[in-house]
Write a protein that binds this ligand. Sequence first.
Ligand code: ADP
Ligand code: MG
Length: 476
Amino acid sequence: MKKEFDKVWEECLEIIKDNVNAQSFKTWFEPIKPIRLQTNVLTIQVPSQFFYEWLEEHYVALLKKVIRKELGPDGRLEYSIVMENIYGVKPYTVRVPASNKKDTRNPSVNMPLDMSSTGTIRNPFIIPGLKRVTVESNLNPDYSFEHFVEGDCNRLARSAAYAVANKPGETSFNPLLIYGIVGLGKTHLAHAIGIEIKKKFPAKTVLYVPSERFTNQFIDAIQNNNTNDFVNFYQMIDVLIIDDVHFFSGKEKTQDVFFHVFNHLQQNKKQIVMTSDRAPVDLQGIEQRLLSRFKWGLAADLQPPDLETRIAILEKKAYADGIDMPRDVIEYIAYSITSNVRELEGALISLLAQASLNKKTLNIDLARQMIDKFVRNTAKEVSIDYIQKVVCDYFNMGIDLLKSKTRKREVVQARQIAMYFAKQLTKSSLATIGMHCGGKDHATVLHACRTVNNLMDTDKKFRHYIQELDKKINLS
Ligand code: ADP
Ligand code: MG
């Protein structure tokens, strides 16, 4: 025979079923377990605090109605919240009476739990003891989409980021993982998502946190015996942006707790954004179960900025600083600094400092002096772009022409020479070189290198070109 509370709850469910859609019923009511009925108080067990908050926000009126219907006007509901036992902490339940207020707005920000037996839930970002938990998003307003220059090198990541910002939790990009080497704009894009969401959905709780800080907070939580508070805090975030997750590598306990938070947020359609310095497949020291979840969404990479993007970034930064930069100076920097955006910015800033501190005119000569010093310090590798520029300048030809499909003799020759130098002076593959030189395949590049070698042996004038060009490229 069924226990009485089972029966009461079953009847409640019957009514609820008629009043909510099938999906919500499955998500929010099926997991509930009735556990006791004592003098008109029905206690139901819910899987987490978040779950409880959700019920209170969305279904409290309905729940109250059905309880009164089943148990009479004095009927009341009480929740028992299971605090997940994941750190060997003894599981415990918190008993909370159902809200008596008509409407509890924003329960994910208001922390209505009175957990006097365990202290109040501690937000690791603020001084404990405050009743109302406001989450400081930690977003840097400079890192907005408006300040992010789009280019071929970042198009996928930027579009995905933008899509996520417009529909947090509702795209298939959940989680969104942005990866790439240092200085390419991962942190910038991550902030941009948060800023945009805050703008469009001010009620959403957005949190940006570097993985290192997450780890340190977790360690503190263990020491202070409040890992449950830590987990609860992270589980109520609507948009969790977690920077540099490669930092979790080898930190098993942190990965455990992150896994837990991750699952909770995912299941509740909360948006997760992560960045990492490498692709998921290359993330060593990260547990498989976590890695496989990273792959549920989208992993989008950032590539080193191409020439056009570098120029656009420099122009934008100069413009934002109100500086009128001569075009040849911008180009000089863009051609010389190719590895990443941070160095590009660094070069620009040093140049500006140099010009203003020493009261020098900002011109190409100053740029040369400065950048050469700067570049030598950062072990410069000549870029294909730069080689092309020197070759084109030498033959007095536009770069566009060199990159075109034209088969005019002079152009073909210049193109072959550029390919030859690219092979000699860069680590790029034949295929990459071909791609940069008018979309040719690797065989064409190989052929070009042979032709140049042959001509150097047989054609004195041609040899002279090559020697001169060699000096120009290596002098830079
Ligand atoms: P990462 O996190 O990948 O190491 P950051 O996001 O810190 O790189 O970027 C380094 C610097 O370069 C920041 O100042 C950022 O604003 C700038 N930056 C990177 N990419 C772009 C871009 N596409 N447009 C404008 N600025 C950029
Ligand atoms: Mg970063």
